[in-house]
Design a protein around this ligand. Structure first.
Ligand SMILES: [Zn+2]
Ligand SMILES: [Zn+2]
Length: 292
């Protein structure tokens, strides 16, 4: 989900210069053949109910996106509530993956208890019956007052289901475009005790998608891409974790990443975790960038 859509973005680019822009544009073109254009949305898909304009790389650069600075470079992960040992492992691995995805240091903070959430920011879903926590309360009242000075993004993980307010059933995650805070839940990601790799992949997707929003990236409307909006589980499951050329270029621009080095690190992680489709894609991307 994209919170606060349509707000004016303010901030500064991590890096500049025409040479860097030219190198990014050249790398984008090498990757384009590896990616699939987005087809027409199905009736229950995100774009059918949330028509969005999308955002090209060039539009992103023009928007003066928020990104890491010399003082704020750390992605800080905040566990919120209780977790099983398998859920804890998912969080640790996802934190590791985020470091590789964004090319930034990641810190995992000490747990905070769910008792911080007052009764008025909780509910039982009226027809489904599960307990839910109000995502906007976590953003505004749990995270913002505790935002570390060196954090470019401060993100809570919880095992509780989340909902963002009236008119919504649930959200996988929610992030602010301007305030450097985000929250996501592993509640709907499957049981890590019986389907660990699937649960890990889903958590990695939500984590990197929401953090992408925190770096001022809008939903993708051009390609099958990790930055596409998702209305339901089947839609998010069929999206790749990889970013399309336009969205990958935004990330290279805002973080100063070296594209082949980034893909090598992502491929290594996915190989180690048995995520074969993902490691296979990243290996193809390395070959495309290096002209093999
Ligand atoms: Zn989103
Ligand atoms: Zn994209």
């Amino acid at each position: 989900m994209l919170a606060l859509a349509g707000v004016m973005l303010a901030g500064s680019c991590a890096s500049g210069g025409d040479d860097r822009l030219a190198a990014i544009r050249a790398a984008m073109e090498k990757l384009r053949p590896l990616h699939r254009k987005l087809g027409k949305p199905g009736p229950s898909d995100w774009l059918a109910s949330h028509p969005e304009p999308g955002q090209t790389f060039e539009e992103y650069v023009e928007s003066k996106p928020i990104g890491p600075t010399a003082e704020r470079r750390t992605i800080t992960v905040q566990p919120l509530g209780d977790f099983s040992p398998a859920q804890r492992k998912i969080i640790t691995l996802t934190a590791n993956f985020m470091g590789r995805y964004f090319g930034l240091p990641v810190k995992v903070k000490e747990d905070l208890p769910l008792s911080l959430i007052p009764a008025e920011a909780r509910r039982t879903h009226p027809s489904w019956g599960m307990k839910q926590v109000l995502s906007t309360y976590v953003l505004d009242s749990v995270l913002r007052p505790r935002l570390p000075k060196d954090a470019v993004a401060y993100i809570a993980f919880t095992a509780s289901d989340l909902w963002p307010g009236e008119g919504w059933n649930f959200v996988f995650g929610q992030a602010s475009l301007r305030e450097r805070v985000g929250v996501w839940s592993i509640y709907r990601n499957g049981d890590p005790a019986s389907e660990f790799a699937l649960c890990l992949l889903r958590t990695m997707k939500t984590a990197t998608h929401e953090t992408g929003h925190m770096f001022s990236m809008y939903h993708c409307t051009l390609y099958e891409c990790n930055m596409c909006g998702s209305n339901h589980r089947a839609e998010s499951d069929r999206r790749p974790i990889a970013l399309c050329p336009e969205c990958a270029a935004k990330l290279w621009w805002i973080t100063g990443a070296d594209p082949p080095a980034r893909y090598r690190s992502l491929a290594e992680f996915c190989r180690e975790q048995g995520l074969k489709t993902e490691s296979g894609f990243y290996e193809k991307a390395i070959n495309a960038l290096e002209g093999r």
